[in-house]
Design a protein around this ligand. Structure first.
Ligand code: WT7
Length: 705
């Protein structure tokens, strides 16, 4: 798309998109009656003329040790400082301050995947004790102090938030790597963040299987070591304290069982370290482009204020709610809206270990019914899967949601309506929340009691966020024009990342260089933030998000960089060239198909196809495993040798391949088409008519050149 460089025929910004306008849905009266934001005056309070002071309201949801003197310091753009001069501790805000009134209320309800294992409630008091003891271990056994980094590679277990909060208590910067990622991917992130401690678990349940997770730690350490970052200690939590689920040995003097160390710290209490508002709280790595992983660095004061405020007004969390976000804490959604947001508000947050469809498509609704969940948060890919596997399942359970959200990718209006009618029984509001790793919290969504829902659109910019759409030349694309462009946020906000860890130039380059009006200006108005999505804005200000404009494929709500996948393939020594393309998929949104060309003299085989798939799984993780690996005699290329990804993307999607007259080898197109499409048809794939937006996405994938 538009960032892909020169030579495109039709810039993304000029694509007209013709879809049907959807009808509005109004929130039920029962919801409005209890909503945190039911008075339209709030919209005025966050109007642009009140910026940046409007965000005091969010910061005032927290307990500060020292109140800040400057709400927004813009002296070194685009390195914004929020609530400068303020000091606070994130763990204190999530845990300690709730003890006086709610000591024995559940902070977390943990649901193990095996249904015969009981739900475990972790009260605020118990959480307090565990966090303190673990913080003592980190400080005294691992010698960690404020500003150090620690990498976690943990699954969905309560030990994960315990680790996060213990770090936050000490001012140690945590970096959780999604449990499903491979050891190698974890090692890259250990090295990038400079962690010398890794915290992991021996195994966990997912989809009916018990994994050997500790094995990945050994791979991670090797990968980190290769990159010049040795790890001193590996702390291993045990899923069952009396058993060790992994087959890998515990390395003497390096690997330690947490349950064996903790008794030394029983009853220890650690005073929360008062941190500057701008101190980094955590790193969250995300995919995007080539090369080094990108660690989004999030702040303590700004970030925590922003997730508290948005969780209060957009998720409508009250302390007495039972809230379940079925995402994984390994992603930003889980950090912001399973752990930090809900806990600052003192609510009860559900954690579920396993797969939403295990052992059947009724599992989620059984959990919701049993625990009395009244706010449910999940991703379109899960909704599509549950709809396909058990369209009538929700009817069988007596669960009642007041509020439901979706996050991570666009939701098709048809899927939205099933979610609303069947899952929500028509009783709930739905919030389609659009944002990204870099933004800390929501950017686009409806204020649930005040702004009607529109299936397929996330809504307008949230409170204090002023979006704009620019075309490739930097002209504003007017709302209601039906034209797509690059969505930007005109202003900074408290939840925005502070920088890319260790790569400040890349932060400026990736998010601001494109539309910055004056690099010497200290006026925030000159620094629009490039979100990285194409979007269309309706006359009502509602945004319809089209997807990433960089080389990213969004698989089931997970961002995968094409370059990352391609370099993983090249670790198979037989592979000469590789190209990853998105294929439109009914359930997962997009899936990856891989095209590879072999080194001279080698013959294609199903063993090699499998080897390439395994290489990707090894380097990145199962989520990146391609649906299909096509070994082709040659890639379609330009005369300058660039692989034309849109051509193979067109073939994989049974779509138009566009103009091929500029190819150096146009004759390969027909043979690849024949090879791929006949195999697909034989295997029973039924091509479907693509929508206009989908056709455009495929046609412009990887740029044109
Ligand atoms: C990309 C960010 C936000 C946390 C989870 C993903 C896509 C996200 C929506 C939505 C349409 C969405 C965008 C965005 N996306 N939410 N409600 N509607 N698209 O975080 O991994 O950083 O991915 O996810 O393309 O840029 P992430």
């Amino acid at each position: 798309m538009s960032t892909a460089g020169p030579g495109r025929d039709v810039p993304e910004a000029q694509i007209a998109v013709h879809w049907r306008e959807e009808e509005y849905y109004q929130p039920p009266a029962s919801f409005i009656g209890q909503a945190n934001a039911a008075d339209p005056a709030i919209l005025k309070r966050f109007g642009e003329e009140r910026f940046p002071e409007c965000f005091r309201e969010y910061a005032d949801l927290l307990s500060w040790d020292t109140y800040w003197h400057t709400t927004l310091d813009t002296s070194h753009p685009p390195f914004w400082k929020w609530f400068a001069g303020g000091r606070l501790n994130a763990c204190y805000n999530c845990v300690d301050r709730h003890l006086a009134a709610n000591r024995n209320k559940a902070a977390f309800l943990w649901v193990p995947e095996p249904e015969e294992e009981e739900t475990r409630a972790l009260t605020y008091q118990e959480l307090y004790a565990q966090v303190n003891e673990f913080a003592a271990l980190l400080r005294d056994f691992c010698a960690l102090k404020a500003g150090d980094r620690v990498t976690f590679h943990l699954p969905m277990v309560p030990e994960l938030p315990v680790c996060m909060l213990a770090c936050a208590r000490l001012g140690v910067i945590h970096s959780e790597v999604f449990g499903g990622f491979s050891g190698t991917a974890c090692g890259d992130r250990i090295a990038d963040s400079g962690s010398r401690i890794l915290i992991t678990m021996d195994g966990y349940h997912r989809g009916g299987k018990l994994s050997d997770h500790k094995a990945k730690a050994d791979e991670a350490l090797q990968a980190a070591e290769k990159l010049g970052q040795p790890v001193d200690k590996v702390l291993v939590w045990r899923r069952y304290p009396d058993r060790y689920l992994s087959h890998t040995p515990m390395a003497e003097g390096r690997d330690f069982f947490v349950d064996e160390l903790l008794p030394r710290y029983r009853g220890h209490r650690i005073a929360p370290v008062s941190m500057p508002a701008e101190a980094p709280l955590f790193l969250m790595y995300s995919s995007g482009t080539t090369g080094r992983p990108k660690g989004a660095q999030h702040s303590t004061g700004g970030y925590l204020s922003y997730v508290a405020g948005t969780a209060k007004y957009y998720l409508d969390i009250h302390p007495e709610d039972t809230y379940w976000c079925a995402a994984d804490i390994g992603w930003i959604t889980g950090h912001s809206y399973i752990v930090y947001g809900p806990l600052t508000l003192g609510t009860t947050s559900v954690l579920y270990e396993g797969a939403p469809t295990h052992p059947d498509a009724g599992r989620c609704w059984r959990i919701a019914e049993r625990l009395g969940v009244n706010i449910f948060h999940t991703a379109p890919t899960t909704i599509r899967m549950l709809r396909k596997l058990g369209p009538d399942e929700p009817l069988k359970y007596d669960h009642h949601f007041k509020h439901m959200t979706t996050v991570g990718e666009p939701i098709e209006p048809e899927v939205w309506r099933w979610y609303h009618k069947e899952v929500g029984k028509g009783e709930a509001v739905i919030d389609d929340t659009w944002w990204m790793t870099e933004t800390g919290g929501f950017l686009g969504a409806t204020l649930p009691a005040l702004q009607p829902m529109k299936p397929g659109s996330c809504g307008p910019g949230v409170l204090g966020i002023y979006p704009v759409i620019y075309d490739d030349e930097g002209n504003v694309v007017e709302p209601g024009s039906s034209r797509a462009g690059n969505v930007c946020i005109r202003n900074p906000w408290p939840g925005i990342m502070q920088t890319i860890w260790g790569q400040p130039e890349r932060y400026v380059e990736l998010y601001y260089a494109r539309y910055c009006r004056d690099t010497h200006s200290t006026n925030w108005r000159d620094w629009p933030f490039l979100c990285g999505d194409g979007a269309v804005q309706g006359e009502d200000g509602y945004l319809r998000i089209l997807g990433r404009i960089d080389d990213v494929i969004n698989v089931a709500g997970h961002r995968l960089g094409t370059k990352e996948i391609e370099s993983a393939c090249l670790t198979a020594e037989e592979v000469a060239e590789a190209a990853a393309v998105p294929v439109i998929d009914e359930l997962r949104g997009r899936v990856v198909e891989m095209y590879v060309a072999l080194k001279p003299g080698l013959e294609p085989s199903s063993e090699l196809e499998d080897k390439v798939a395994r290489a990707i799984e090894h380097e990145i993780g199962k989520i990146a495993r391609p649906k299909k690996v096509w070994i082709v005699p040659d890639m379609p290329k330009t005369r300058s040798g660039k692989i034309m990804r849109r051509v193979i993307a067109g073939i994989s999607n049974f779509a138009d391949v566009g103009d091929i007259s500029t190819l150096a080898n146009p004759e390969v197109v027909d043979s690849i088409r024949h090879q791929v499409q006949s195999r697909k048809l034989e295997s029973g794939e039924v091509p479907r008519e693509l929508t206009e937006a989908e056709r455009e996405e495929i046609k412009t994938f990887g740029g044109t050149a």
